[in-house]
Every structure is written in C-alpha cells, then in structure tokens.
Design a protein around this ligand. Structure first.
Ligand SMILES: [Zn+2]
Length: 92
C-alpha cells in the first residue's frame, strides 16, 4: 500500500460521526464552523492528494431517512480532520 505513511483511520460504515466545527472543513452545502452529524458511508481513499491531516468523508445526514428511501448517493461529503476520525475506530 503506501509504505511508511501512517495507515488511514478505519471507521465502520453506519457509525455516527459527531463533528464540531473544528473537526471538519469544506463540506458540500454545509455552513462552516457548525456542528455536523454524519452517518458514515465510507472514507474516501481513492484520491491522489491525500493529506496527513484531512480525509474526505461520504455519508448521510441522520435525518435524511437514508434507510427508508431508495438507495441514493451519499448526501454529505466533507473533509474531516483525521484526528477526529481516529476517535471512532482502531488506529491500526
Ligand atoms: Zn442521504
């Protein structure tokens, strides 16, 4: 994989991420600096420009009823601090 770099955080799909304004940035149609709850779909590991500090996250709003509607693309995409993601999963 990517050798000497730290492995990316691993968080299970369906995990509820509760992110303060400091924990994320650049959310699609989100107001910067507010608290955001995200039900994780997956962490994006397919981007060439991965950083040591940030990771793109795909997910759903808890209130979007994603379990009741036809499968739809993740309605949230935002860049999250890796230190925040590590609160939710093993560090290996
Ligand atoms: Zn959704």
């Amino acid at each position: 994989m990517n050798g000497s770099n730290h492995p990316p955080p691993r968080v299970d799909p369906g995990t509820l991420l509760q992110l303060d304004g400091d924990d994320w940035s650049f959310g699609r149609s989100l107001t910067p600096g507010v608290h955001v709850d995200v039900v994780l779909v997956r962490l994006r590991t397919d981007l060439a420009h991965l950083s040591d500090e940030w990771m793109w996250v795909l997910g759903h709003r808890p209130q979007c009823e994603y379990t009741h509607v036809e499968q739809h693309p993740p309605c949230l995409e935002l860049r999250v601090r890796i230190t925040a993601l590590r609160r939710y999963g093993p560090t290996r």
